[in-house]
Design a protein around this ligand. Structure first.
Ligand code: SF4
Ligand code: SF4
Length: 481
């Protein structure tokens, strides 16, 4: 009997390795951004203060005796200062999202990732959490030493105080976020008396945990791997968009030298290869390798490099805000700014102005109430007298004002048609009420339209601060055969 041929089983490559044994996955290396000062660092902190004052402060503002900014999901009403929006006004939310997207396109085309560097919550909270980290564990070198050191009472105290401060900030952030959806004053008093509902606890901890995890641990990983904007930003910028770039022609060849040395004689450019621009980078990249997806345009490398240039008595701006063409063609600041005038900027700008104008017009001229006409499906029509036809409707009126309103209903479109029920209704503040309406068509007119469905128009009127408002809703009147 022939022996079975044995095919040896090869060991598969370990997961994440190709056939040559190289890992296909990059190990995440912890980044220890060095602190930096300078004009852009100050600007970033101004933005931290502005955004946080707005975020933490808005829910505490009052308007007409209620929270000025409240997205009340239970009552299905959104309060934005004097504006009260209902679920049917969701179109405004959709338009706001379009405005935000267009604004992002516009500002990216003009000045790159301004949003990421100065206003994105991920950058802002990372900046705050890093500030805490520096004040509890020290700057870059001290933090690296602390992480490498064995556990001790001092290490536990430093790490513990950092974690505690992070948790407090995260919890306040979670509470504030939930305070946009449920009265923040109520939430705070429930928190202090430990009577928060389980759902309130869940959402506060959920958003708190998201803040803690994203700003404390994930940091640049969010920007590098989870943020979609980093992926499509390259489609939004061109060679004339402002970006943060290293001037290779001026900086290379890089190399260290004593202060006051003759760089030209040494064959060196202005970069002294101090690597400070890499050490301050929150995403851990080397800007000298060119524009990279990971760059969030925080400008920390500009600040630190300018300080190095000042110390070396070189002109500032080895790393600077410029454009691709600015670098290649050696354009000055005025020439770069002049190139803002280009088609994609005009198109994004025009669309932005158009949508914002339409949004503002619609918002300022919108009526304070809405009407739904519901026809009685049980009996389309009935004869209420000799030859006289009646149709029954229900008008549902939603009052968007924060005061009770009286509404008057009339009907048009069919001569002789009259309302044979009370045409008036009072609706309480921000309330909904229904008004039954009976319409009657006299015998002589009904005789002319037997078996027909005729178009009619309801008109609902009210007066707001002496200004008349009226809304029309189409419906039909059915005449029995
Ligand atoms: S900070 Fe400036 S001088 Fe120092 S390595 Fe970076 S580019 Fe070169
Ligand atoms: S390269 Fe410069 S601007 Fe870009 S993220 Fe790093 S420090 Fe910020």
């Amino acid at each position: 009997m022939a022996a079975n041929k044995v095919i040896p089983i090869q060991a598969a490559n370990p997961v994440g390795e190709d056939s040559s044994g190289f890992s296909l996955y990059e190990k995440t290396v912890k980044i220890y951004p060095r602190s930096v000062s300078g004009q852009f660092a100050r600007l970033r902190w101004v933005m931290v203060w502005v955004t946080q004052l707005v975020f933490y402060g808005l829910p505490w503002l009052q308007w007409n005796g209620r929270q000025a900014m409240l997205f009340d999901l239970v009552e299905r009403r959104f309060y934005v200062f004097g504006l009260v929006l209902h679920p049917q006004d969701f179109i405004y939310l959709a338009v706001l999202l379009i405005v935000a997207a267009l604004a992002l396109f516009f500002f990216t085309a003009v000045a790159g990732r301004l949003w990421c560097g100065y206003a994105c919550p991920q950058s802002v909270y990372t900046e705050i959490f890093l500030w805490v980290e520096r004040h509890t564990e020290g700057d870059r070198q001290a933090r690296m030493r602390l992480d490498a050191a064995p556990w001790s009472v001092q290490k536990m105290a430093r790490k513990g105080s950092k974690q505690l401060a992070w948790m407090v900030i995260a919890l306040i952030t979670g509470l504030t976020f939930v305070g946009y959806f449920s009265s923040i004053r109520g939430l705070l008093s429930e928190l202090l008396s430990l009577t928060l509902s389980s759902w309130e606890w869940f959402w506060i901890l959920f958003y708190g945990l998201a803040t803690y995890g994203n700003a404390g641990f994930m940091r640049e990983q969010i920007c590098k791997h989870m943020c979609p904007y980093a992926r499509f930003q390259s489609a939004l910028i061109d060679m004339d968009s402002m970006v943060i770039a290293y001037d290779e022609r001026r900086g290379e060849s890089r190399g260290s030298r004593p202060r006051g040395a003759d760089s030209a004689a040494l064959g060196l450019g202005d970069c002294i290869d101090c690597t400070l621009c890499v050490q301050v980078c929150p995403t851990g990249i080397d800007i000298r390798k060119g524009l990279q997806n990971e760059c969030i345009a925080c400008a920390a490398c500009i600040d630190v490099c300018d300080q190095v240039m000042l110390k070396m008595d070189y002109p500032k701006g080895l790393i600077r805000y410029t454009s691709g063409n600015g670098l290649v063609q050696g354009l000055n600041a005025r020439q770069i700014i002049r190139r803002v005038n280009r088609p994609r900027v005009w198109i994004y700008g025009a669309l932005l102005v158009l949508v914002c104008s339409a949004f503002a017009y619609n918002l300022t001229t919108r009526l304070s109430f809405s009407v739904d006409v519901i026809k009685d499906r049980g009996a389309l029509a009935r004869e209420v007298g000799p030859g006289e036809i009646e149709n029954v409707y229900r008008l549902q009126i939603m009052n968007g004002l924060e005061q009770a309103q009286r509404y008057t209903v009339s009907v048009n479109g069919l001569p002789g048609l009259r309302i044979s029920s009370d045409p008036q209704l009072e609706v309480q503040a921000v309330g909904i009420a229904s008004l039954p309406i009976r319409l009657t068509l006299p015998p002589e007119l009904a005789a002319q339209s037997r078996g027909k469905t005729l178009p009619i128009v309801f008109e609902v009127q009210t007066s707001v601060d002496g200004r008349a408002e009226s809304r029309q809703e189409k419906s039909t009147f059915y005449v029995l055969p």
